[in-house]
Design a binder for this molecule. Structure first.
Ligand SMILES: NC(=O)c1ccc[n+]([C@@H]2O[C@H](COP(=O)([O-])OP(=O)(O)OC[C@H]3O[C@@H](n4cnc5c(N)ncnc54)[C@H](OP(=O)(O)O)[C@@H]3O)[C@@H](O)[C@H]2O)c1
Length: 249
């Protein structure tokens, strides 16, 4: 794939998405659509990207849980802005596991945003990218989806579903010119994790952005951030259950 000239960000107020948009605009990206629940809150980033050299930056309304609006939303963006080289699926909710254990509506809201919303919006996106014959969908999955941990298993289960969906979509689009890249960060210092104890191998949003830019250049299908988490999570995944249960994670 060539350089990303046009970028659609779903979750345009996300810190990781902001770092990624800055990183791509510093490279060659010139058209950016920031889609957010409250587009006004994406305006400061839009102004910054214009200042950094992007020639055409829009902010538009998008709610991951408003499933009925997704097809029209995707058609509007592609009809107005033309070809999109890269779609970054960045929206997500972390939640507080102990609170979620007593609040089923909050748990459902989290799962609907992280998983169902991603599925709902991805189908029209995959259709439009297939029709144009090129493009990459980048999904912000998480190491949390690799093996559910009791400390955040509602979130982890939503990311496991998202990750599996993205892998299957990537395989189904193989040969169409459309790629799917699954990004699995560990703990990233953003507003999502503000106030939480840092996990080992914690990273900044800029490190995720750099890994995404590098993954796009080499058409990677899976990116771990930081890279050594791949080995760590593989070990964790294969730990026998009685040992896994004794871990304080
Ligand atoms: N930070 C980490 O440690 C970490 C690690 C692995 C993966 N990730 C994933 O990376 C992605 C970005 O996270 P981040 O760290 O950048 O967190 P963030 O700054 O809190 O961004 C999360 C974004 O999701 C948006 N969002 C939530 N519900 C939405 C909905 N129903 N519709 C549209 N947008 C919605 C939020 O929009 P509002 O501004 O409207 O609330 C916000 O822009 C998430 O999918 C997260 O799960 C994060």
């Amino acid at each position: 794939m060539g350089a990303v000239q046009s970028l659609l960000v779903l979750g345009g107020t996300s810190d990781i998405a902001a770092a990624t948009a800055r990183r791509l605009v510093a490279d060659r990206t010139r058209r950016v659509v920031l889609a957010a629940r409250d587009p006004a809150r994406a305006e400061p980033l839009a102004a910054e990207l214009r200042e950094a050299g992007a020639t055409d930056v829009d902010t538009v309304a998008f709610d991951a849980t408003d499933f009925g609006s997704h097809r029209l939303f995707v058609d509007d963006v592609f009809d107005r802005d033309g070809d999109i080289d890269c779609v970054l699926v960045a929206f997500g909710l972390l939640g507080d596991q102990s609170a979620l254990m007593h609040d089923e509506s909050a748990a459902v809201e989290l799962v609907e945003a992280n998983y169902t919303g991603a599925v709902s919006v991805s189908i029209p996106i995959a259709e439009r990218l297939s029709a144009q014959g090129h493009g990459t969908i980048v999904y912000l999955s998480s190491v949390a989806g690799e093996r559910a941990r009791r400390s955040n298993f509602v979130y982890g289960s939503s990311k496991a579903g998202l990750d599996a969906f993205a892998q299957g979509l990537g395989d189904s689009l193989h040969g169409s010119g459309v790629q799917v890249m699954v990004v699995r960060p560990g703990f990233v210092r953003t507003k999502m994790t503000a106030g939480l104890d840092e996990a080992p191998l914690a990273a900044d949003a800029d490190a995720v952005a750099e890994a995404i830019a590098s993954g796009l250049r080499r058409n990677a299908h899976t990116v771990w951030v930081p890279g050594p988490l791949r080995v760590v999570m593989s070990g964790l995944r294969h730990l026998p259950r009685p040992i896994f249960r004794r871990l304080d994670i």
